[in-house]
Design a binder for this molecule. Structure first.
Ligand code: ATP
Ligand code: SF4
Ligand code: MG
Length: 376
């Protein structure tokens, strides 16, 4: 049976803003198994980065108003700053979405990379193939060589020059690659990649995905891959968590999600993927709700083509439609996925069954499966 590495339970994050309290993350639950690559997918502003910043300990404690983040059996939210800091790098590493604020402007790229290698010290002894030939107690020259090799691996064409450059001297795409190189250099057990492909061209993104694959295979690394693009998620992950307005609205193994998407939002996202047959995809009309005044029940109701009045009155708790498939929508029945919703489950709201299942095949899923890009 798969071993759980990370379990996020009922996470709530709020921010004080000029407009009031923004309830951005509203009861997020998901798990990640050892050696698994899972994706967290959703449109811009849905709370992906806030979720992973919570995991990394990058938010002030006061903003996380409830929840648990269990990593290797320990609740990270109960650790001191020093204890959490000690886990960063080798244990948990993150490719940040914003390269400019993530690199230290007063150190060269090389100085920052050598710091990472030195900091790991002796723990470099057991490593993957792409490190194994240059092991143990390296001198600065060895570190330099390894760092430059890593820069070349992320398709930086003049790695020596970049090694000696300050972040401000590099383009946005170059800085993104440097961040990726730094994150991979520490060979973490758990890697969070927050939209690592945003500033990259397709070739480099493919190379980065290959490097991630290598890391996963060689070291049994677990990866949480953040993206707004379900097509990318499909390429990289075995399991997908779909997020909307600070909630996980559907979770399923990747193949299952594409074959049988359930939540109307997931179906909308799938329709947004360009296909060979239809060209540019359709997309979902409307906007995310205001987090300072979120809808009382289904946060997707205003944009949902299947909404009934009850959807705005009764919370659609996540329910299990199969062993490892959950969906938070009143169109589906099933056991509550989390104990805290057992009571709600007894008073199920019935708004009928999914209209697309009445007598016809799943159009969205089958179209994308047939045409929407190659799988691994
Ligand atoms: N420190 C903060 N204070 C107030 N609001 C914040 C803060 N950080 C994030 N937010 C808000 O939380 C919401 C979710 O932000 P987040 O960065 O997690 O989105 P995202 O899903 O990562 O989007 P993107 O795909 O654009 O990166 C946004 O509305 C954002 O403005
Ligand atoms: S609960 Fe209602 S509004 Fe929300 S996604 Fe399901 S059908 Fe649409
Ligand atoms: Mg983000």
């Amino acid at each position: 049976m798969a071993e759980t590495l990370l379990e996020v339970r009922n996470l709530h994050v709020q921010f004080d803003t000029y407009d009031g309290v923004a309830e951005v993350i509203n009861g997020v639950d998901f798990t990640l198994n050892r050696g698994e690559t899972a994706a967290l997918v959703g449109e811009t502003g849905c709370g992906k980065s806030v979720t992973v910043k919570s995991i990394m300990g990058l938010l002030p404690a006061a903003e996380i108003t409830a929840g648990e983040i269990i990593y290797k059996g320990q609740d990270l939210l109960e650790l001191s700053d020093a204890e959490r800091h000690a886990r960063r790098g080798r244990e948990i590493s993150m490719i940040m979405q914003d390269p400019m604020t993530s690199l230290n402007p007063v150190l060269t790229v090389g100085e920052q990379m050598i710091d990472v290698l030195k900091w790991q010290g002796e723990r470099r002894l057991s490593v993957t193939d792409w490190l194994r030939d240059k092991v143990s107690r390296r001198s600065d020259a060895d570190h330099r060589e390894r760092a430059i090799e890593m820069l070349a691996d992320v398709e930086i064409s003049a790695p020596e020059r970049v090694f000696s450059s300050y972040p401000v001297e590099l383009s946005g795409g170059m800085r993104q690659r440097v961040l990726i190189a730094i994150a991979l250099l520490s060979e973490p057990n758990f890697l969070i990649a927050d939209e690592p492909g945003t500033a990259l061209d397709v070739t480099t993104e493919a190379k980065v995905l290959d490097l991630l694959d290598e890391l996963v295979e060689d070291r049994n690394t677990s990866v949480l891959y953040i993206t707004h693009d379900l097509g990318v998620a499909r390429e990289v992950s075995e399991f997908i968590n779909v997020m909307y307005a600070g909630e996980i609205i559907e979770q399923a193994p990747t193949a299952e999600l594409f074959a049988d998407p359930e939540h109307p939002y997931t179906r909308g996202l799938l329709e947004s993927i360009p296909t060979l047959s239809s060209g540019i995809g359709g997309g979902i009309e409307g906007h995310l709700p205001d987090y300072t005044d979120p809808p009382a029940a289904c946060r997707f109701a205003e944009r949902c083509p299947h909404a009934e009045s009850k959807c705005s009155e009764v919370v659609p708790y996540p329910r299990k439609t199969a062993d490892d498939h959950t969906v938070a929508c009143h169109l589906f029945d099933g056991e509550a996925a989390h104990d805290r919703h057992q009571k709600l489950a007894q008073e199920r709201v019935d708004i009928g069954s999914p209209p697309w299942r009445e007598g016809s095949e799943t159009e969205t899923g089958s179209d994308v499966v047939a045409d929407g890009g190659a799988s691994k």
